[in-house]
Design a protein around this ligand. Structure first.
Ligand code: ASP
Ligand code: MG
Length: 778
């Protein structure tokens, strides 16, 4: 059975609440898997402080730091296991041992630092046990042996056989031992390295680093709002980023994975449901673009290019170094904190040419770096940045100046070099009626969309069959291709396909009328997919579900457009949003929201039998196959709910009063059964129409929302209206939306026109798609 390794860093274990979240994730793992842990929160920093107090013989300091450690750990352990627990007692023993050794000048640095990880592993394993999960903690000093600075891979592989296959194995990160059993560390931030090493030793299929970021982004998402989270990046680009000092993955973390099939995944333990970034073999991911800021670096010019010396120096500094070949010279970029060490390592063989400069590195697909460098140079100069150096090399470019790049400049660079290059993968679900037209229009629209960002069709879905191709589906032949090549596919397969798509952006366009398909929306969001829907089900789903979906989308910066779910192509949702965004307050919305019911309303008169009219409409294809779906008013009720939620009202479907355009007795059985009782329908309508006529009015099937009444009015049904009313003079089949607001108080804002039909609906979906592309390219 393939095993997996999961690593939780300090921030994932910083409080009892975080331990709990980690334990929840661990509940899902399979026995035999390994969990590598770092020290909780900032424990290693505190231990380092303890060491320096000890080293400086600051006895008071030692006492204070020990008290701090005690407070933090005791609180954690008490909250999770109680202060009577074995783990609590063990911790107190450890702290006493540390105090005692410090007191008699016998403290040893690595041994001291090891405690952070030991405490985490012990606590997590016991906490898992308490939750009914079999777990054992392992001290990695018994698993990882280092001799003369080199890990003994063969021996360690054998030692790691000790891990148990019928339990979870909680292993300390960061620490190892030398050949005689003394503690050594793998360097600061070494736990990620422990995890990938362990992955290699136990031949795991994947190593997941759970951390506090959602994955690897095109640039720092805290600084650039539009930073793109990448699904997949190649090992090669990950190495390049690490060499340039990007903090998400360290170079040594990646070394054990080289030439292996082990997949490395970076995910957030704060958001355990969403995908992170996979670091995969080079040929399995497209080359991406990144911006990574460089803060305070020194640049040395080496008198001769000596690869071995650079490698040796990287090991001494425990930091990967990036050499640059510039016109026959070798330049070396190092963080300024290492400047002195580098100078004293090379002596006269290196000349410091820049000190304490900052800037940015651009990592890109090979071949475009020099052009990117020129664009970036021009942009930074326009921002009045004085450049002290600008170079490009295979796969990356570097620009250095005096100041650190602020978030606004970084955003500008990102916009110009990265945003516009992100491809959008499009999956179209429901390629029936409207879908067909949508696809043929897409063929014409593509050139326009591509001026905003590259758009690629990658999936076509219809009920339980699909045509999926991550490389792209040729549009001109898409329909024929679907007919010939579509395969049966389950929702799980579709989700897996979406998850694996290696694109900067993805969108599912739902033109189905399927409730079960709409239930997949949260999954789409989890896999970073935007949504465009003509389907009304998600927008009218139960409030809790709907609000969770909305929250998820907001958290992940995902967009959801559903313009055509109400009024087909009519820009009703857009108008409501726009009014509200401009500071208006909408008080009422009313109108005729169904093309079918609009046609029936306009064409009915007392000299006709209503059932004949319905049959005529059915034969003309103006109704659903079973016209009761129209007559029930459900569809109109859903549309009103979508608009109400657009106004920020937290309503459920049942909060909208509904009366059908037929008597209840007709609801049972088939349409043919209902037709057998057609006089019931005819009398029902005739009586209401007569009542209306007596008052000089006429009948229309209308939806009404009024937020000024208390409680608010929300209802759908037949209404007697004046023959001059806007809803009464409507062209048969058209929709009308009458909007009153603070600004449109007396004279309503009216939007009317065809509210159904293949062309206008498909065009409405295109309007949403264009809007999405525009938004993503901004
Ligand atoms: N606890 C160690 C440190 O803080 C190792 C790690 O977190 O990866 O450096
Ligand atoms: Mg750490």
């Amino acid at each position: 059975m393939t095993k997996q390794v999961y690593k939780f860093g300090g921030s994932s274990l910083s409080s009892a609440k975080r331990y709990h979240a980690v334990a929840n994730i661990c509940q899902q793992l399979a026995y035999g898997d390994a969990i590598v842990v770092s020290a909780a929160g900032k424990t290693t920093d505190t231990l380092v402080r303890l060491w320096s107090c000890y080293h400086n013989q600051d006895h008071k300091g030692v006492g204070e730091v020990i008290a701090l450690l005690k407070d933090h750990q005791c609180a954690l352990v008490s909250e999770l296991l109680g202060d009577k627990s074995e783990v609590y007692a063990h911790f107190i023993d450890d702290i006493n041992a540390i105090s005692q050794r410090a007191g008699c000048a016998e403290l040893e640095q690595a041994w001291l630092l090891a405690h952070g990880e030991l405490w985490s592993a012990r606590l997590l394993a016991h906490y898992l046990n308490k939750q009914g999960v079999a777990a054992t903690h392992f001290d990695s000093r018994k698993l990882f042996v280092v001799a003369q600075n080199n890990l003994k891979h063969q021996e360690n592989t054998a030692r790691c056989q000790a891990l148990k296959s019928d339990q979870l194995n909680v292993v300390t990160g960061f620490i190892a031992s030398d050949e005689v059993g003394n503690t050594v560390t793998l360097g600061r931030n070494g736990s990620d390295y422990s995890a990938t090493l362990l992955g290699k030793y136990i031949n795991a299929s994947s190593v997941t680093i759970w951390t506090d970021t959602q994955g690897v982004y095109s640039t720092d998402p805290r600084k650039v709002e539009k930073a793109v989270k990448y699904n997949k990046i190649s090992q090669q680009q990950a190495q390049q980023l690490a060499r340039l000092g990007n903090p998400v993955l360290h170079a040594k973390t990646l070394t054990p994975l080289k030439d292996s099939d082990i997949k490395l995944v970076v995910r957030s333990s704060y958001d355990s449901h969403s995908d992170g970034t996979q670091v995969v073999a080079n040929e399995q991911a497209k080359a991406k673009r990144f911006l990574t800021t460089l803060a305070s670096v020194d640049v040395f010019q080496l008198t001769h290019n000596n690869k071995d010396s650079i490698r040796e120096l990287s090991i001494i500094l425990q930091h990967p170094l990036q050499p640059l070949e510039v016109e026959g010279n070798t330049l070396l970029l190092v963080p300024s904190q290492f400047g002195e060490q580098v100078a004293s390592y090379y002596l006269q063989d290196a000349v410091l040419i820049e000190s304490n400069v900052s800037g940015v590195a651009i990592v890109s697909e090979a071949g475009s770096e020099s052009q990117l460098l020129e664009s970036a140079k021009a942009l930074l100069e326009k921002q009045s940045m004085t450049l002290r150096g600008a170079w490009s090399q295979n796969g990356f470019a570097i620009l250095l100046g005096d100041q650190l790049l602020e978030s606004d400049t970084l955003s500008l660079l990102h916009e110009e070099l990265i945003t516009a290059k992100q491809e959008l993968a499009v999956i179209v679900a429901g390629i029936g009626n409207v879908g067909e037209v949508f696809l043929s229009q897409l063929n014409d629209q593509l050139a326009r969309l591509n001026t905003l960002l590259p758009v690629k069709l990658v999936g076509l879905l219809r009920s339980s069959t699909s045509l999926l191709n991550g490389q792209g589906i040729e549009l001109a032949t898409a329909s024929a291709n679907f007919k010939n090549n579509a395969k049966a596919s389950s929702p799980e397969q579709i989700i897996e396909f979406i998850k694996e798509l290696d694109y900067g952006h993805k969108v599912v366009i739902d033109i189905t009328a399927s409730e079960s398909f709409s239930k997949l929306y949260p999954e789409f969001a989890l896999h970073d997919c935007h949504i465009i829907s003509a389907n009304k089900y998600a927008g009218t789903a139960e409030l809790n579900w709907y609000e969770n979906l909305r929250r998820l989308q907001t958290e992940k910066n995902l967009l959801w457009r559903y313009n055509t779910s109400v009024g087909a192509g009519l820009p009703i949702n857009f108008a409501l949003k726009d009014l509200q965004n401009s500071g208006d307050k909408i008080t009422k919305i009313s109108g005729v929201f169904s093309g079918t019911l609009s046609w029936l309303g306009a064409n009915y008169s007392l000299d006709k039998k209503f059932s004949d009219l319905v049959e005529q409409a059915r034969e003309l294809g103006f109704t659903e196959p079973d016209p009761r779906e129209d007559l029930s008013g459900r569809d109109v009720q859903r549309k009103l709910l979508i608009l109400a939620r657009e106004l920020g009202l937290s309503l459920e479907l049942d909060d909208i009063e509904l009366s059908a355009w037929m008597p209840n007795e007709l609801a049972e059985g088939s349409w043919q059964d209902a037709l057998a009782k057609r006089e019931l329908l005819d009398t029902f309508v005739e009586e209401l129409a007569l009542d209306a006529q007596r008052e000089g009015n006429t009948l229309r099937y209308v939806a009404e929302l009024d937020t000024t009444t208390s409680p608010i009015t929300a209802k759908v049904g037949l209404k007697a209206v004046a023959p001059s009313a806007a809803v009464a003079t409507l062209t048969p089949g058209d929709n009308i939306f009458v909007i009153n607001s603070v600004w449109y108080a007396d004279n309503a804002l009216i939007i009317q026109g065809p509210g159904a039909g293949r062309e206008v609906t498909a065009a409405g979906v295109h309007s949403d798609l264009y809007w999405l592309c525009h938004k993503l390219s901004e």
